[in-house]
Design a protein around this ligand. Structure first.
Ligand code: ADE
Length: 222
């Protein structure tokens, strides 16, 4: 898979590609990540990329030209273009599975007050990572890339995502424990030390259900 990230702040991605599972996925050539400063595509004086909004109002708006030229230059026939915006559709694990099947993703990070509305015409998907406003699309681009890359075959042990939260059954992941057996008076449930796999599976299912009821009752209606 190839992921192109269009941003005005490429330095924000410096460590993202150099640590842990993402780093290993790049080394194994499961994914290629290109971070592109779309300011380089501006045809305006001083490589301007934004201007004040027509009709007045606060803040600056990203102009279409630099982003259109950049996308048109790098787009392949398989590319899916994603606009990161708080007004997009809320991102869910289901979408991560869908995107993990693509060959080429182009993620466009906004900044300032937002995008000129005409930039929306470039996008296959407009995605928000939640109902809150960030200073830009860079953290959402990392969140989406991360969630997609870990699903690429060979990136992590595949059993890990079968057991993830938000899978088909819409339950949160079951509780995990490791050593020590007792920590500050909190003990690991005995069943996990029993060696009885059937009982362990039942315990985990019940614990998932309880945890979902407590923390995310909305998921139980799905
Ligand atoms: N840009 C600013 N806030 C955002 C959000 N919540 N999701 C996606 N892009 C954003």
């Amino acid at each position: 898979m190839r992921i192109d990230i269009l941003t005005l702040f490429p330095n924000m991605f410096a460590d993202f590609t150099k640590e842990s599972i993402i780093k290993r996925a790049i080394e194994k050539k499961l994914v290629e990540i290109n971070v592109i400063n779309f300011r380089d595509y501006s045809k305006y004086n001083n490589q301007q990329v934004d201007d004040t909004p027509y009709g007045g109002g606060a803040g600056m708006v990203l102009m279409p030209q630099p982003i259109f030229d950049c996308v048109e230059k790098i787009k392949t026939k398989d590319a899916k273009v994603i606009l990161l915006t708080p007004s997009g559709k809320t991102y869910q694990q289901k979408k991560a599975y869908e995107l993990a099947k693509e060959k080429h993703l182009i993620l466009i990070c906004g900044h300032y007050e937002g995008f000129d509305e005409r930039i929306r015409s470039l996008a296959d998907y407009e995605i928000s990572i939640g109902d809150y406003v960030l200073t830009g699309g860079e953290i959402p681009a990392m969140a989406i890339s991360d969630s997609v890359i870990r699903l690429l075959p060979g990136a992590i042990n595949e059993r890990s995502h079968i057991e993830d939260s938000f899978n088909e059954n819409y339950l949160l992941d079951y509780p995990h424990y490791t050593k020590p057996r007792v920590f500050r008076n909190m003990a690991v449930p005995d069943v996990l030390l029993s060696g009885d796999h059937q009982k362990i599976a039942e315990y985990r299912y019940q614990a998932s259900l309880e945890k979902t009821k407590e923390l995310r009752p909305d998921l139980l209606n799905k």
